[in-house]
Unconditional design. Structure first.
Length: 268
């Protein structure tokens, strides 16, 4: 049925069908590639965002621990060289906290954890860091400094801060795993789409070649052979494809008329 339908269509229609099918395949493929590319871009953006959050979160916890270590050293020795790393770590903490506040603006749960961390740091500064600095700077209350360091309040606050920080990091690591898996799936979809395109292109090419061979090349070869026989005087033959309504049918009809005319001349 399909072959007969094609036989009744002209070369222009056949060309339009072939080119239109190829263009349609290309358009569908391009649309799918764009959609998958958008998915890949979004998955990669989220993964990179999470890596950035993790980097800042680790920097935040490191800055908190560095403040504690530097301040303990200063409190016990009154050596001003400990103040530079303490102040640097304090600046780093504030910087990372501000960065995380911006990066997690769309995540209320992480914002709440970050708020807890900054409040714990403020309490640590108020209840431990500031009194220790005051005692150490006076130079006359070393016993008070040692006593303050031995008290569990500063350590308790910092331990709680680290615990909340680790919770924050664990959530981001879980997000990173999910987003990395999403990125991997998106890349797999692109690969599957590329393979599917190659298979579809190969199948389409095979179908078009078979259709062209059966509806155009083979008939034209047969008609060309008949022309040789007719011009050689062999009029006792049957011209095929005369029922077709395309260019092949037109050529076959012309050959049949030529054969009939030649027969009439030969019979006179």
């Amino acid at each position: 049925m399909t072959e007969n339908w094609l036989n009744d269509r002209g070369l222009r229609v056949k060309a339009i069908l072939v080119l239109g099918s190829l263009f349609g395949l290309f358009a569908i493929t391009a649309a799918l590639f764009l959609l998958n590319q958008r998915e890949v871009h979004e998955a990669r953006r989220l993964s990179e965002h999470t890596v950035e959050v993790l980097h800042a979160a680790n920097g935040l916890i490191l800055a908190a621990v560095s403040q504690q270590s530097a301040l303990r050293g200063y409190g016990l020795t009154s050596d001003a060289r400990f103040l530079a790393p303490y102040q640097s770590a304090r600046t780093d903490f504030e910087h990372h906290a501000g960065t995380l506040k911006q990066l997690t603006a769309d995540n209320p749960e992480q914002q709440a954890r970050l708020l807890d961390i900054t409040r714990l740091m403020a309490a640590w500064q108020l209840e431990f860091a500031t009194p220790l600095l005051d005692y150490a700077e006076s130079g006359r209350q070393l016993d008070r400094v040692v006593e303050l360091i031995k008290l569990s309040r500063g350590r308790e606050l910092m331990d709680t801060l680290r615990a909340r920080g680790l919770e924050f990091i664990a959530v981001e690591e879980s997000l990173l795993q999910m987003r990395s898996a999403r990125l991997a799936d998106a890349l797999d979809n692109v690969r599957r789409l590329a393979i599917g395109l190659l298979l579809a292109a190969a199948l389409s090419t095979a179908i078009f070649m078979v259709a062209i061979q059966r509806t155009l090349v083979t008939p034209m070869n047969r008609l060309t052979a008949l022309i040789g026989r007719l011009t050689g005087g062999d009029l006792d033959l049957e011209v095929p494809y005369t029922e077709r309504k395309d260019e092949v049918g037109a050529i076959a009809g012309a050959l049949e008329r030529f054969r009939c005319t030649a027969l009439q001349i030969q019979q006179r």
